[in-house]
Design a protein around this ligand. Sequence first.
Ligand SMILES: Cc1cc2nc3c(=O)[nH]c(=O)nc-3n(C[C@H](O)[C@H](O)[C@H](O)COP(=O)(O)OP(=O)(O)OC[C@H]3O[C@@H](n4cnc5c(N)ncnc54)[C@H](O)[C@@H]3O)c2cc1C
Length: 463
Amino acid sequence: MKVPFLVIGGGLSGLAAAIRVARFNPSVLLLEKHSRLGGLNSYFYRNKTLYETGLHAITNYAGPRDKKAPLNRLLRQLKLQRNDFTFCEQYHSEVVFMGCTSLRFSNDFNLFQSEISGKFPQTGDKLQKLLVFLGNYDPFVPMPFTSAKKFLLQILGDKLLADMILCPLMYYGSSQENDMDLSQFAIMFRAIYQEGMFRPLGTIKDVLDLLVAHLQTLGGETRTSCGVEKIVHHQGTAIGVQLSSGEEIECDYLLSTIGRDETMRLLDKTAATPMTGYGRLGFVETIYQVPEIEATHLACDKTIIFYNDGERFLYKNPEGLVDFASGVICFPGNFQGLERKDLREIRSTHLANYALWKALSANAEQYTAEKERTSRRSGRCLENIIGDFTTNIVYKNSFTPLTIERYTSKIGGAIYGNPTKTKDGTIGFNNLFLAGTDQGFLGIIGSMLSGVSIVNQHILPRL
Ligand SMILES: Cc1cc2nc3c(=O)[nH]c(=O)nc-3n(C[C@H](O)[C@H](O)[C@H](O)COP(=O)(O)OP(=O)(O)OC[C@H]3O[C@@H](n4cnc5c(N)ncnc54)[C@H](O)[C@@H]3O)c2cc1C
């Protein structure tokens, strides 16, 4: 079998890339290892109820008239209509550094600015200087790594404020320990603070179904439960792939969205190319559900809370299984226009150590017991911030970095992949390119833009 254009990976970057190509050439086949599409942002069923795996909030909110905004550009590139979706904006979110102060932000950037000038009056016009810098800065021009942390400290002159600004940006988009590249900082600052957050009215399944239907209308195809075992190549050209079933598919162009080292493994190049990027970051997340009538006191006006209870904010691979000193608390039901359900969902996210969870998994009982302990301890941490809820939990489910590894094949279960990004999407082949998490744009909008931009840059000019 031969297909001109193959995509490996049915996450959001792979789907976006396949749609973008199919607009110009319908002979696109997307191969996904898992039985369901969506990758990190997928869904599962328990007790006949659908749960989203990873949707806290989508960044980069923009109104319909802001034609240049990344969200609207993405929709145009994919030929999707904005009114195919109903977007629900966040209420407001908050960065809470316990024992210090808090900063609220919403989709109106004025709120964040007034919180900073009210709570950090000594910064004077420094925030304005930062905004002027970001307004003139092009994060897409290739540059060597520049520490956003050092830059922020320099421009703001306040460690606490720098850490508070960085906390949400790191949790939602840094693959690096305790820092992020200035270009990634600029992208995330705009995505989270200047544009803001939203979610679709339905579930991620509705979004994925819509994307697949759109791809099929354009002539493209998807195949699930279809893992690529090997990329067949000769002298710098990818010839095709071999599936775990043994089937071989030839292609003219191949786009991999599964990660850089994960792709190298399929090329059998791991020996020649050492695994890059130490300090891959893992996370644990717990979903709690409590009856709505018991939840009326729980931060009903907030969508997401990013907290730190440590002396300094540390965003790094923890020494223990989990670092409870900081984390994210998400209320997926707290968006404008969503109806209250009978059950309120609360999600907690913390940094977690993959290697320790991996060692523990040799003993299934211990692993399960530790997951239970983690969800209890996380619940208690959350209660210090949002109020009591753990006595009313009716459903609970946790994942560890091993869960991520199992369902998405990400090395180290690292949601944000390799700390070293391959920004130009090339890995030494003339017809094989990299898109998605390891190309450099992170999150839902970021990974979709990555799929589109790599196709625009490397594939469309040759079609
Ligand atoms: C718990 C959690 C919460 C998150 N919350 C948010 C959020 O609120 N907002 C936000 O913007 N982002 C969020 N993210 C991040 C966001 O989901 C990801 O950045 C984005 O979905 C990455 O998409 P991707 O296509 O690059 O990678 P992936 O989603 O990892 O897709 C890669 C796909 O490749 C498949 N694959 C791997 N190996 C093979 C193979 N050999 N053959 C075939 N297929 C293969 C995998 O199964 C996977 O489906 C969250 C992620 C998680 C896990």
